[in-house]
Design a protein around this ligand. Structure first.
Ligand code: UT7
Length: 332
């Protein structure tokens, strides 16, 4: 083991969304809703939905390949796969092991973690700890979800909100402090709020039964107003806290990338941080809420349009089921 201090460098980012576009008008054909309601309450115009034969690991593999290509590395260079998902291919084994097989690598460790939409920030913290403790050198961090598989397409209060997608980041050890990409990470959770956003059945608390299926309890259930209120409160204070403890203001970052759950939530965070809208990335109109991948998809789109360039600083903040939350300040 080396003794020199190691830092964590973002080598490459990649994202994938399925080809199929489902518009708000398409949803009007299956539930009692309207394009006007969905757009005015959420900012969503359309979302991508995976094919029936596409699993979460398929989405993850597409994003991972793009991230590795952008990082200019091959799959053989990766020594750990870390996947944040709430819609794993099967209850077990982990989605990471399916990803490993599909990427054609063997023997490297595979870990899944479940923090819902805060997956990017939690994943960065886990990856950074592994790299800085000198256990691993190149980590493939993936956040992916096929939320359409746990969406109740008869429930208009949730089915209009979500989409499928995946994002991936290749993180590498470096001895050069100037290459360090992770300025700070702040994580938190409050188990008092487990009941306001969950899939009630299918776990040890309520194993699958005829009743659980009839009761549609294998689908995502959400108390939208409660989640909305907590999201604004938590993401606002978490973003402010990480800036404060680094002696920064939102003016010191080039972009703010929040979890894409609702345009009104994103705008409330923008107001709280007092930043102009040009600095705040919004992709929810095109993809809906894609869970943990939403921040990576947004970062990938900023890189793709040459807005994030080497040296850019990005504040990213998320919240998700649990409730969990996290913020990170990154330097590209
Ligand atoms: O990453 C996961 C985290 N999830 C979130 O962040 C979601 C947070 N919550 C939200 O974004 C919002 O609460 C929603 C978009 C889910 C709902 O917006 P809202 O302004 O809180 O609406 P509401 O739930 O208070 O419902 C208002 C009305 C209700 O009708 P009544 O009771 O006032 O007659 C609903 O039945 O809107 C009705 N409604 C709809 N109408 C048309 C609910 N869903 C729909 C719909 N189309 N799709």
């Amino acid at each position: 083991m080396k003794n020199n201090r190691q830092f964590t460098k973002i080598l490459g980012v990649g994202a994938y969304v399925p080809e199929k576009v489902v518009t708000n008008d398409d949803l009007c054909k299956i539930v009692d809703t309207s394009d006007e309601w969905i757009q005015s309450r959420t900012g969503i115009r359309e979302r991508r939905i995976a094919r029936a034969d596409q699993t979460t690991s398929d989405l993850c593999v597409c994003a991972a390949r793009r991230a590795m290509e952008n990082a200019n590395i091959s799959v053989g260079d990766i020594d750990l796969i870390l996947t944040g998902t709430i819609t794993s291919d099967t209850a077990f084994p982990s989605t990471s092991t399916f990803v490993q097989k599909k990427l054609g690598v063997k023997d490297i460790p595979c870990i899944d973690y479940n923090v819902a939409c805060s997956g990017l920030q939690y994943g960065l913290e886990i990856a950074r700890s592994f790299i800085e403790s000198q256990r691993y050198k190149k980590i493939l961090l993936i956040c992916g979800d096929k939320l359409s598989a746990v969406t109740d397409w008869q429930d208009r209060s949730t089915c209009v909100l979500f989409g499928d997608g995946a994002g991936a980041i290749v993180l590498s050890a470096t001895e050069k402090e100037e290459e360090n990409s992770i300025i700070d990470i702040l994580l938190g959770a409050n188990g008092e709020h487990t009941e306001i956003l969950m899939m009630p059945a299918g776990g040890s608390r309520e194993p699958a039964s005829e009743e659980s299926v009839k009761g549609r309890r294998h689908f995502l259930k959400m108390s939208g107003r409660d989640v909305f209120r907590e999201a604004v409160k938590i993401m606002g204070s978490c973003a402010q806290e990480i800036l404060d403890r680094n002696g920064m203001s939102a003016n010191d970052v080039d972009f703010v990338v929040t979890h894409q759950a609702n345009w009104r939530i994103i705008d409330a965070i923008r107001e709280r941080l007092n930043v102009p809208s040009e600095k705040v990335c919004v992709t929810i109109d095109k993809y809906g809420n894609t869970s943990a991948s939403s921040c990576i998809i947004a970062i990938d789109s900023l890189i793709g349009s040459n807005k994030i360039v080497p040296g850019s600083k990005v504040l990213t903040v998320s919240f998700g089921a649990g409730l969990t939350w996290g913020a990170a300040i990154l330097k590209f």
